[in-house]
Design a protein around this ligand. Structure first.
Ligand code: MG
Length: 275
């Protein structure tokens, strides 16, 4: 099932089920987080709209976002870093950075001039998870979505903690939908494609992940409780702007899109403000 948080003609956002090129409103009023917490899948009503008539909103505002760094060897290498070793590299991205499809990624060009893209597969947790074994970990996955882990490289290079680099407002485009776990037969066999103004920058299979999803859930839940609706960003493959020669960063007026097969595309314009 593909579940979206959408607005029809500017009306209040609501959840719907996507089938082909239409969305059907679900039969009760509920937000995505509460839906995941209840652990039941929604049923649809007869109120249906073409996808071309709706606006996708961010699918959910997670309680927390746990991100994984250097989880693709080619990406670690392009930034001159060692790939993730025996243990995953974890960092936090604040939920206040989440935006939906079509919303602008914004920054002040007096603050940062190195805003970069990172297309990633995001895993959404279904229920409270603590001390979970790898063998049982997939039972804690509600579904998947697409995220752009937008990063200010100048902040990232100058600070040991990546809070500013990763968690500025608008730096976590997410969506357009949540695809339930049963619809993705193998989350480690998906292609992530990132484009800037239509030009392909990243294109790689999630098969290249060093630490796979069950290992990530086992590792993270060993140290902290994952709750229903929490999101894990599984890392980005090669092809970020900083890894190019010369480096290329996002500029005012650019549009950046991330696509994952079977889930969809999140596309966002970029706005650099001169204060
Ligand atoms: Mg990342």
């Amino acid at each position: 099932m593909k579940i979206v948080n959408y607005s029809y003609k500017g009306q209040r956002p609501q959840l719907g089920i996507v089938e082909e090129d239409t969305v059907s409103r679900i039969s009760f009023e509920i937000g995505m987080l509460e839906l995941i917490r209840r652990g039941v899948l929604p049923t649809k009503t007869s109120e249906r709209h073409p996808l071309s008539d709706i606006t996708f909103k961010a699918p959910l505002m997670p309680g927390k976002i746990v991100a994984v760094g250097r989880n693709y060897a080619d990406h670690a290498a392009e930034l001159g870093n060692a790939a993730s070793g025996e243990l995953p590299v974890l960092f936090a991205k604040f939920p206040s950075s989440v935006i939906g499809d079509g919303e602008a990624i914004q920054w002040d060009s007096a603050d940062t001039t190195q805003v970069d893209w990172e297309g990633e597969l995001a895993v959404i947790i279904s229920k409270r998870a603590r001390h979970i074994d790898e063998a049982d970990a997939m039972n804690y996955v509600f579904g998947y979505t697409v995220v752009n882990d937008v990063t200010a490289r100048d902040f990232q290079a100058s600070e040991e903690q990546w809070i500013r680099a990763k968690s500025m407002d608008t730096f976590c485009p997410m969506g357009p939908c949540v695809v339930t776990r049963d619809e993705i037969s193998d989350p480690h066999d998906l292609t992530i494609t990132t484009k800037v103004n239509g030009e392909a920058m990243q294109s790689a299979s999630t098969a290249l992940m060093i630490h796979k999803i069950p290992a990530l859930i086992a590792h993270i839940s060993h140290f902290l409780t994952l709750n229903a609706g929490d999101v894990i960003l599984t890392g980005t493959p090669a092809g970020v702007g900083k890894g190019m020669n010369p480096p290329r960063f996002l500029a005012d007026g650019d549009t950046v899109s991330v696509t994952i097969d079977g889930i969809g595309e999140i596309s966002n314009p970029c706005r650099a403000i001169d204060s």
